[in-house]
Ligand binder design. Structure first.
Ligand SMILES: [Zn+2]
Length: 279
């Protein structure tokens, strides 16, 4: 769907193609025949473009200034939302109680609560950035996981075990994978939450830990994805994170005939009691 740009000098909205129709997530402003700025809200994107025609340095400068102001405002709003979520996280964490080991998610995974606590009918996983609690991931009885809205997520991570004195640290995507690795290997395991956050978390960890401490990325193997024509996101992201900090890479090995497992937590359950087999 092409849009017909309106040179109104005001903010105009448009639908971005990656979201449902009517999202109005994009905006642009044409300042003059020579310069325009545009942005996409959910991507934190602001750009200035020069249109065809004779150059008009003043209009271009005005557009750049406009784009800069828009970006500053977006940053300020984001910082505000992150601060609110941080305060809520601190409050909820302080009010939380030890996690009930019979919580459905834990019994399904066959794992003890480790670093999780509980609030009502949700488990809470603390998310830290530079040693500060910045957010909480809520784990619901059906296994759905959601961080607090507006809270910082990029680079933020959780930890099972203790970093102090450790000679070997692992990084994994999800909590259950991290818990399974911690149980099997005894070393601290950092939970990055998802594939995209593996590299940012690994980089921060490498900067924070002494040089002699070895880091291993424990990847998920999303082996069901290539069959759907999609890349194996878990494997690609784990390799990318390992390359980024020159870490070792550890991928799960699956038992013969098993098609359901994709991560270390699955494999652990599988070996324990044929959880996925024959189902
Ligand atoms: Zn299996």
């Amino acid at each position: 769907m092409a849009i017909e740009p309106k040179a109104s000098g005001r903010f105009e909205r448009f639908d971005t193609p990656d979201k449902p129709r009517g999202n109005a997530n994009g905006w642009y402003r044409i300042h003059s025949p020579q310069a325009a700025s545009f942005g996409i809200w959910h991507m934190d994107l602001v750009e200035t473009v020069t249109l065809d025609g004779p150059s008009d340095p003043e209009a271009v400068a005005a557009a750049r200034l406009e784009a800069m102001r828009a970006r500053e405002q977006r940053d300020e709003e984001r910082r505000q939302r992150e601060a609110e979520a941080r305060a809520k996280a601190a409050q909820w964490w302080a009010q939380s109680r030890p996690a009930d080991p019979t919580f459905p998610y834990l019994t399904t995974k066959g794992l003890p609560p480790y670093n999780l606590r509980q609030r009502g009918d949700m488990l809470l996983m603390p998310l830290f950035l530079d040693g500060e609690l910045v957010n909480l991931e809520r784990i619901f009885p059906d296994g759905a996981k959601r961080p607090l809205p507006g809270g910082r997520v990029r680079g933020a991570a959780s930890l099972i075990g203790q970093l102090a004195g450790a000679e070997h640290v692992l990084v994994a995507e999800g909590w259950s994978t991290a818990a399974a690795l911690h149980e099997a290997m005894g070393c601290p395991v950092v939970v990055a939450r998802n594939a995209d956050n593996l590299a940012p978390v690994a980089r921060r960890l490498r900067q924070q830990l002494p040089e002699g401490v070895a880091i291993t990325i424990g990847g998920d193997d999303d082996r069901h994805l290539p069959a759907q024509g999609l890349p194996n996101k878990g494997r690609v992201s784990a390799r990318h994170a390992a390359l980024a900090i020159d870490a070792r890479l550890l991928m799960p090995t699956f038992c013969d005939g098993c098609e359901g497992c994709s991560d270390f937590a699955d494999v652990r359950q599988c070996r324990k009691g044929g959880h996925h087999h024959g189902e």
